[in-house]
Design a binder for this molecule. Structure first.
Ligand SMILES: Cc1cc2nc3c(=O)[nH]c(=O)nc-3n(C[C@H](O)[C@H](O)[C@H](O)COP(=O)(O)OP(=O)(O)OC[C@H]3O[C@@H](n4cnc5c(N)ncnc54)[C@H](O)[C@@H]3O)c2cc1C
Length: 320
């Protein structure tokens, strides 16, 4: 009963807070369809702002009310709890403009699809993000995660990033000021709303060949026919000659199944949803992977994916 009345109060508070904010608002929105692994309960409220100004206004309202929120891109690096999110989720679907700003530069908003951006750049004869074709996130998510492949990362094509702070301030930061590192950035908490990228001119055929080659390599090594969330753990940075996937394979966990999820037979660092998988199943598999690799190899794997649960399981060393 008590939980119910707390939720009711929160809901009324959020309704009052969002009145007249301009953005589309959905209540009790199931979140599994917004993730690539198709797992997760409902968000109490999901908001779809249509402009950077609307996001700044939202941030101001939420900060005055001290209401926490989460930013959702394409949900390709996220694990959402089975009982959902009892709070505000902001989805950047409608921030999807891309505009050329020079011969080799373009401005793109955070909600634009990263694979579509690879195609866009290719059509302009711009090389440098062919790798994005196989990363099923948004531009905002790619900047937030500094997404990339060995030897190439999003940070290297970023000219500047526009960001809305928790209090609604809109600021633009140079690449150096963004403090990028392996699968992370150093920006203060807030919303990445747009990016200017600088690429290199190259023959379209060359760019296309590279993109196709990278996609082919992925199809051969990753379990792309099942819902998944990409690499579960980061590669250990002090062991350049190995990878999280190889370590998990060496401790004989490939193919191991818990409930509706399984460590892929094709790639040890991928968990696939065979149907009906839950966040609880994924967490249990992750714990097993981490414990076994630590026990047999002495390596503590650090999750790459983000967990949106209210409390972090002990083995989950990362933050939102
Ligand atoms: C099949 C597959 C292959 C993949 N391959 C790769 C790969 O090769 N390399 C790689 O690096 N990753 C890979 N990934 C992981 C994932 O696609 C990337 O991390 C991607 O950049 C996440 O973007 P997203 O929009 O889906 O972010 P989400 O999963 O929605 O969010 C991830 C995190 O970023 C935050 N975030 C998202 N958008 C914003 C924003 N605008 N402002 C502030 N914070 C934000 C979220 O709050 C969350 O903490 C793969 C995933 C899959 C499913």
């Amino acid at each position: 009963m008590e939980t119910h009345s707390v939720m009711k109060e929160t809901r009324q508070e959020i309704m009052a807070l969002l009145e007249g904010c301009g953005a589309e608002v959905r209540w009790n929105e199931p979140m599994a369809p917004y993730t690539t692994i198709k797992i997760g309960g409902a968000a109490m409220v999901m908001i779809f702002p249509r402009s950077i100004e609307e996001i700044a206004g939202l941030m101001q309202r939420l900060s005055v009310a001290q209401m926490p929120f989460l930013i959702l891109g394409a949900g390709s690096n996220l694990l959402i709890p089975d009982d959902g999110i009892e709070g505000v989720v902001i989805h950047l679907r409608d921030l999807d403009q891309v505009v050329l700003t020079g011969d080799d530069t373009f401005y793109v908003e955070a909600g634009f699809s990263y694979p579509k951006l690879a195609t866009y750049a290719e059509k302009q004869g711009l090389s440098g993000i062919e790798f994005a074709a196989g990363i099923p996130g948004t531009v905002g998510g790619a900047v937030a995660m500094n997404a990339g492949i060995p030897g190439e990362e999003t940070a290297s094509v970023v000219k500047n990033v526009t960001h809305v702070s928790l209090t609604g301030e809109i600021q633009t930061f140079s690449r150096e000021e963004c403090g990028f590192s392996y699968r992370a950035n150093g920006l203060s908490p807030g919303v990445i709303v747009s990016v200017e990228m600088v690429l290199c001119k190259a023959p379209i055929r060359e760019i296309e060949n590279k993109r196709i080659e990278l996609l082919k390599r992925r199809r051969n090594t990753q379990p792309l026919s099942y819902p998944n969330v990409g690499s579960i753990f980061k590669n250990p940075d002090h062991m350049p000659m190995t990878s999280a996937g190889r370590l998990i394979e060496e401790v004989r966990l490939k193919g191991h199944r818990i409930g509706g999820v399984q460590i892929s037979e094709k790639h040890g660092n991928f968990i696939i949803n065979l149907g009906g998988g839950t966040a609880r199943d994924v967490l249990a598999l992750m714990q097993l992977m981490q414990e076994r690799v630590f026990l047999e190899k002495g390596v503590r794997l650090v999750p790459e994916i983000k967990w949106w649960g209210a409390s972090n399981p002990v083995f989950f060393h990362n933050t939102l």
